[in-house]
Design a protein around this ligand. Structure first.
Ligand code: HEM
Length: 360
């Protein structure tokens, strides 16, 4: 046999040896073809986004100083001196924004297709926890750069949690007087929230594997009515994973492109007592409530929204999944979404107001 014709045999033997040890062929289990459509791969794109955030975040931690005296200066160092620092910071910032958008779109897909229904109620609740964790990462990340926006964001969180009395202890300076709050937020950003998010993600993925991806709504409805049970096959998880990586690399490329065109801003050195900034876009819809009702709104508006989200599977109890058969629930979802977008736009076009009693 010539060396040329022996080549495929070698690769097959290498693959067999690797597979025997790592069990990679087990990933080729069947998944439905529709799982590869963009709507059903948004969760996977979000996951890949978190991988990019972890890689760039590890790089940024090599140069960042989590003290009020040095934090902003260290971000400037990252921008101007640290090797690949400007790219790492830009990709971290833009990917975080893209991840926020894909999480919300993923949630929207699950909501529209009624995929939170039995047996996936628990996974919806885990998803609500993942959304809270993602928003927590966004908030803490915003504070770390320690410019005017960061300082005011922290001032709002401190005063709002002060309204909770003893329950708001974590945001109080007295709770751990030996370490500035900025240092504790840094620990939350790089350890506590990622660890919590990882545990929730593991549970999320195990349940997706356990239940399989939900059937298309019309197919699920006809199964309820005694029609044909949807075919679970058509593609494989390995093909799905390769598509996920492909979309994830597009996210990376877009983030690099955005970094080169619009590097993330770093505002001026914070001035205590001034209130001149507005929060990042994902928090903007809450801003008008703060204008109307004061700082308490920072507590009850998110609490109300999260409670509403958590209740969705327990309110929408019909066995149907097609949007047309769930018009009441879908209408509430559409109205709430439009209201949040309009509130965000209103916040974006109005002049910042003073909310803090003790100054930012
Ligand atoms: C924050 C990060 C999140 C990641 C990385 C993530 C990841 C994923 C992935 C990879 C899937 C399977 C494929 C897909 O449907 O896209 C999935 C399914 C699911 N996710 Fe998420 N998810 C996240 C957040 C959420 C949120 C916020 C919710 C809802 C509140 C949610 C609820 C669900 C449900 C119910 C399923 C099963 C969907 C089905 O079977 O059709 N997830 N998630």
């Amino acid at each position: 046999m010539s060396a040329r014709s022996a080549q495929p045999g070698v690769w097959r033997r290498v693959w067999a040896a690797v597979d025997e040890r790592l069990g990679l062929s087990g990933l080729a289990y069947p998944v439905p073809t529709h799982a590869n459509g963009i709507g059903y791969i948004l969760g996977g794109i979000t996951f890949f986004g978190f991988v990019i955030l972890a890689a760039t975040g590890i790089w940024l931690t090599q140069f960042y100083h989590a003290t009020p005296e040095a934090a902003r200066q260290s971000v400037l160092y990252i921008e101007r001196v640290a090797p690949l620092g400007d790219i790492a910071r830009g990709v971290h910032f833009w990917t975080a924004n893209i991840v926020m958008a894909t999480v919300l779109l993923h949630l929207g897909r699950i909501f529209a297709t009624g995929s939170y229904k039995r047996p996936r109620e628990a996974n919806w609740l885990i998803g609500v926890g993942l959304l809270a964790t993602t928003l927590g990462m966004m908030f803490t990340g915003t504070v770390l750069k320690w410019d005017q926006e960061a300082y005011e964001a922290l001032g709002h969180a401190e005063e709002a949690s002060g309204l909770l009395g003893a329950l708001g202890f974590w945001f109080s300076g007295e709770f751990a007087a030996t370490l500035p709050l900025l240092g504790r937020l840094y620990i939350a950003h790089i350890i506590i929230l990622p660890a919590l998010g990882t545990m929730l993600l593991v549970a999320h993925f195990l349940l997706v594997k356990r239940h399989g991806i939900s059937a298309r709504p019309a197919a699920a409805d006809s199964a309820v009515e005694g029609g044909p049970v949807p075919n679970p096959g058509g593609s494989t998880f390995s093909a799905h994973g390769i598509r996920m990586v492909g979309f994830g690399l597009v996210v990376l490329a877009v983030s690099i492109g955005l970094t080169l065109i619009w590097p993330p801003a770093l505002g001026p050195q914070p001035v205590p007592g001034e209130e001149v900034t507005k929060p990042p876009w994902m928090f903007l819809p809450i801003y008008p409530f703060e204008d109307w009702f004061g700082l308490e709104a920072l507590l009850w508006v998110p609490a109300f929204l999260f409670a509403g989200l958590a209740l969705v599977p327990f309110v929408d109890r019909s066995p149907y999944r097609s949007p047309g058969r769930r018009w009441a629930v879908i209408s509430v979802g559409v109205v709430v979404t439009i209201a949040l977008v309009l509130l965000g736009v209103l916040a974006a076009i109005t002049t910042p107001q003073t909310h803090l009693t003790g100054g930012a």
